[in-house]
Design a protein around this ligand. Structure first.
Ligand SMILES: *Cc1c(COP(=O)(O)O)cnc(C)c1O
Length: 401
């Protein structure tokens, strides 16, 4: 048998600690390894496979577009991408424009350039971006400047544009910084993802929206992880009565293929002109075709609503466990199919738990060292919820109480 782990360690840089399983194929909500073991996938390729694996609508779009053309460059009109842009705008701002790229970090880069050019026009060049402590906006150098996790940025050069870091949910600090330094934009994740699944409060989000309106700033929201149905609405900001100026998206939008971008409202939709920005691959017609299939399933076939109900069931079961074991489960944060379970246990114990779950055939993710992060597919079933909850309860009873 091929030792995939040894080959991986020989030939691929160890930028991530990988699970020691080689994937042979995937179907529905399961990954199957080369030894035939099945794993319930509760983090969907890090918030990408919102409909699980091999969804029939996605496979159909893959076949249809795959047979037409894979790549044409952005020098031609690209019907699947135009259709996707139209639908994303119809379901968000109603009016505005989209710039497409291939990934989340690239969406952040596009936002940085857009903010800079907008500030040159609207604010006499006074730029600068406010972000939240512990935020994650990507790992390319520009995006890394906005990612405020020291372990992620500390070994690398920091581009010189001004960035201001505020404490999460501290509206006073945010207002003070905006009034004192006149930054051009605020960029926030509605729920910190890799920062440990921490929700921004309604009041904080409202303070950002109000301050951006009062101070003529761009309110940019990083929905790369929270978007495309993850929290129960197409984008997480839609749970609140507020409207950002720029939405960053990626992860789930390409149905499993690389695609990202920014949706820009009327305040800045005309900033990018020919030559200002671009990339060879995006928008991939194939990714865009899959993106249209994802929207068909979420919006036209009721999967967004079904996923919301399934997520409620999962939350209720977890709250029940928390009531039963308050000395173990201390807090559950997130929304819809984005959950962070905080326990009273150490990083080592949570690493063991992750390993224990792997042996039981369940894939969970751990972020911020001790937070069990679940990013399940919207297609999760009640039986799968039971399987996870029973496994968690057994683990808690055997190891933690
Ligand atoms: C994953 C993520 C990114 C970066 O996306 P990549 O596609 O990995 O570059 C940026 N912001 C948030 C909130 C993310 O979760």
């Amino acid at each position: 048998m091929t030792d995939w782990q040894a080959l991986d360690q020989t030939y691929i840089m160890p930028t991530v600690k990988r699970y020691p399983i080689a994937i042979a194929h995937a179907e529905g909500n399961y990954l199957i390894d080369t030894e035939g073991n099945r794993y319930l996938d509760l983090f969907t390729g890090l918030a990408v496979n919102i409909l699980g694996h091999s969804h029939p609508r996605i496979m159909q779009a893959l076949n249809e577009q795959g047979h037409k053309f894979l790549h044409i460059s952005n020098l031609f009109l690209n019907p699947p991408a135009i259709r996707l842009a139209e639908r994303l705008i119809q379901h968000t701002f109603g009016r505005g424009k989209i710039y497409f790229c291939n990934s989340g970090a690239e969406a952040t880069e596009a936002a940085i350039k857009l903010i800079h050019k907008w500030a040159a026009r609207e604010r006499n060049g006074k730029d600068g971006i406010v972000v939240v402590k512990n935020s994650f906006h990507g790992r390319t150098l520009g995006a890394l400047r906005l990612t405020r996790q020291p372990s992620v940025y500390q070994d690398f050069p920091q581009p010189a544009f001004p960035v201001y870091e505020v404490e999460i949910n501290n509206a006073n600090e945010l207002r003070e910084i905006c009034r004192a330094y006149h930054p051009a934009a605020v960029l926030v994740e509605p729920i910190l993802g890799s920062g440990g699944v921490v929700s921004l409060s309604k009041e904080f989000l409202q303070a950002i929206a109000d301050t951006c309106a009062e101070e003529n700033m761009l309110f940019c929201i990083d929905e790369i992880q929270t978007g495309i149905g993850r929290t129960g609405t197409l984008f997480a900001y839609q749970h609140f009565a507020l409207q950002p100026d720029v939405i960053l998206f990626a992860k789930g939008v390409g149905g499993g293929l690389p695609l990202g971008g920014i949706i820009v409202g009327e305040k800045a939709a005309d900033v990018f002109q020919p030559g200002d920005h671009g990339t060879t691959f995006a928008p991939s017609p194939l990714s865009a075709a899959l993106g249209n299939a994802v929207l068909d399933v979420l919006l036209n076939e009721g999967q967004l609503e079904k996923g919301r109900q399934t997520a409620d069931e999962l939350w209720n079961q977890l709250y029940r466990l928390q009531e039963k074991y308050p000395g173990v489960i201390s807090h559950i944060d997130g929304k819809g199919m984005m959950l962070g379970i905080r326990t009273t246990r150490s990083a080592e114990e949570i690493a063991d738990l992750r390993h224990g779950f792997l042996k039981q055939g369940i894939l969970v993710n751990v972020t911020a060292k001790t937070v069990i992060r679940l990013l399940p597919p919207l297609t999760l079933t009640s039986e799968e919820i039971q399987f996870f909850i029973q496994t968690l309860e057994t683990y808690i009873r055997e190891k933690f109480v």
